[in-house]
Design a binder for this molecule. Structure first.
Ligand SMILES: [Zn+2]
Length: 255
């Protein structure tokens, strides 16, 4: 009999199933996600990222509404690239949005670190949506296509990972979840309340991360701040350097 392991969400020892890092409905919509970019190796590999530590009940019943919600945002917003600086209204359900972003973050972080995982404490909230998390801030930045050497590169990717700003950030966790032009930054205070000795650090983070605050008690915000030229250039370099590799990879596959 196969050894039973604990579900990463409900902690029950039951038979575990494959769980995609990104919602499978997103993978259907973005076939390019079938190709992963391994930063350390500068390599693309086929196959979407999967972890195998979630039980069927969590996967199919509790977590699937979050995937459906995230994919509805894809259909309503993410699939359209923002090509100019026209402000627009982003409507959301804060509870579902936050849980979707935390789920993707928790899933991807487990591929790196299963024990002492910083996001494990959110598994109940991800499953049930109960509770308020004032220690978390979401900012939404919009990244436009970049012109590099006369060629236009679209930010066509889904990325999730740690982010670094200038200087150390010992009291906060900083994450990026990006789909196409939509870059969600989540800032999580490690302590439940913002202590006065954390203010300098918080202000530095807040100033460094561009974008519009996704207000927890509203259902929509006007997005009117966009990445500045410097940010665009750095994204542009990333897009240009990775897309050349991507096209090489696709060309090789076709041969
Ligand atoms: Zn479970």
């Amino acid at each position: 009999m196969p050894k039973l392991r604990k579900c990463a969400y409900c902690k029950k020892e039951v038979k575990l199933t494959r769980e995609h890092i990104w919602p499978s409905c997103l993978i259907t919509r973005m076939p390019e996600l079938q190709v992963n970019y391994l930063k350390n190796n500068r390599l693309f590999t086929a196959g979407d990222l999967v972890i195998a530590d979630v039980c069927a009940a969590c996967n199919n019943i509790k977590l699937s509404p979050l995937d459906a919600y995230f994919c509805s945002l894809y259909d309503g917003y993410f699939k359209t690239y923002k090509e100019d600086l026209t402000p627009f209204k982003f409507e959301y359900d804060y509870n579902l949005l936050l849980r979707s972003l935390l789920k993707i973050t928790y899933n991807s972080s487990r591929t790196v670190n299963r024990e002492y995982n910083d996001f494990e404490k959110y598994r109940e909230f991800i499953l049930t949506g109960n509770g308020i998390h004032q220690e978390i801030l979401i900012k939404l930045d919009i990244v436009q296509p970049a012109m590099v050497k006369g060629k236009k590169f679209y930010p066509s990717s889904a990325r999730c990972g740690e982010i670094q700003i200038g200087g150390p950030t010992p009291n906060f966790l900083l994450r990026l979840i990006a789909v196409n032009s939509f870059y969600f930054y989540i800032v999580i205070s490690k302590s439940a309340v913002l202590r006065s000795d954390m203010e300098e650090e918080f202000n530095r983070i807040f100033d460094n991360l561009q974008g519009t605050i996704i207000h927890p008690y509203k259902q929509g915000v006007i997005v009117d701040t966009f990445s500045d030229v410097d940010t665009l250039n750095s994204h542009g370099d990333f897009l240009a350097s990775t897309q050349e590799l991507y096209f090489e990879y696709v060309a090789k596959k076709k041969r």
